[in-house]
Design a binder for this molecule. Structure first.
Ligand code: NAD
Ligand code: KPL
Length: 305
């Protein structure tokens, strides 16, 4: 009998993973915020995955964090700012040797979660897949991509990677997951805040090449200083490549801001600026960028941390 995949968070990525695992015949249980959300979910009859215009409904059982069954394997699919509290809510249910897969973008939440549950193995993930919700309990698979998984403390891959393969979840085990997370953080810091400040699609940053280049130089300096030279390699070229490849898209941060949602700023630019301060590194443009973004968020009445 396969180990149950508990999935905490029925948002975009949580639904994308839960539905593909369930479609492959694997046991999945969805952990919802509270009894009211659980009742609403049960009334909907399951999660719907929309892929290439085709909808499929997966009747995945739901529960709340207070359910009594032990958790052996947990996919944590909430936003970075919710991760620590979410894990605290299920911590008493973790079985000995439990494994957590952390899908959060940026850096900082992974350490906070690991400190909350020192008895569990925490595996970090960095994903380029894209999904969005087009209704409650429905997700549209918008961008095919890849997920890198890794555990900086233990290089041994977990036994369940073949279940991801069987579920059609493109992935790779990475012994350098921190480098991947830093690289993605640097990309997001170079692109996302500027798209908010200039109120443009990613492609609009082609009009701000100097600003992007200056940020990439400071981010590269930071990565070197933080012991991540591989993440700094050709950063500017990759940022320019991503700007071109995603020219028609709005960045995730732009989408959050324009929809009045909280951003993950503290785990991206905030984390970068704190790391620079710890290393007594002067990165004036990055710091100015953070201040401008904080001002913009405050003007819109959104949390700036
Ligand atoms: P989302 O907001 O769509 O979903 C998060 C879900 O978690 C929400 O439904 C929320 O209610 C739920 N949640 C929060 N706290 C909870 C708790 N204590 N108990 C139960 N449920 C709880 O977020 P998302 O877009 O799926 O993003 C998740 C993470 O993945 C983020 O860090 C994001 O940056 C990253 N990511 C997302 C995408 C994407 O395409 N959506 C791509 C790559 C990375
Ligand atoms: O990951 C992204 C995002 O929008 O969050 C990209 C497309 C790389 C832009 O930074």
């Amino acid at each position: 009998m396969s180990t149950t995949w508990h999935v905490l968070g029925a948002g975009s990525l949580g639904t994308l993973w839960a539905t593909r695992l369930a479609r492959a015949g694997l046991p999945v249980r969805l952990i919802l915020r509270d009894p009211a959300r659980l009742r609403a979910y049960q009334a909907a009859g399951g999660l719907t995955l929309v892929e290439q215009g085709q909808s499929s409904l997966l009747e995945i059982p739901g529960e709340t964090s207070t359910s009594s069954t032990p958790i052996q394997r947990l996919l944590l699919a909430c936003k970075a700012y919710d991760a620590e509290a979410a894990v605290a809510s299920i911590a008493p249910r973790l079985a000995p040797g439990a494994e957590l897969i952390l899908l959060q973008n940026g850096l900082g939440s992974q350490d906070a979660v690991a400190a909350r549950v020192p008895q569990a193995r925490c595996i970090a993930a960095s994903s380029t897949e894209g999904a969005f919700r087009d209704g409650d309990w429905r997700v549209v698979f918008a961008g095919h991509g890849y997920t890198w998984l890794g555990d900086s403390g233990h290089p041994t891959p977990p036994i369940w990677l073949d279940e991801l393969a069987a579920s059609g979840i493109p992935h790779e085990w990475s012994t350098q997951i921190l480098t991947r997370l830093w690289r993605k953080l640097a990309l997001n810091c170079a692109i996302n805040p500027l798209t908010v400040l200039h109120d443009c699609r990613n492609g609009g940053l082609q009009q701000h090449q100097c600003e992007v280049a200056t940020l990439c130089a400071e981010l590269s300096e930071l990565l070197q200083c933080c012991g991540q030279p591989a993440a700094a390699q050709n950063l500017q070229q990759e940022v320019e490549r991503v700007i071109l490849a995603t020219a028609a898209n709005y960045s995730s941060m732009h989408q959050d801001v324009s929809n009045g949602r909280r951003t993950e700023i503290s785990y991206l630019l905030g984390y970068a600026c704190e790391a620079a301060a710890r290393h007594r590194l002067q990165l004036p443009h990055l710091q100015q960028l953070q201040q401008r973004l904080v001002n913009q968020l405050q003007q819109r009445g959104l949390p700036s941390a």
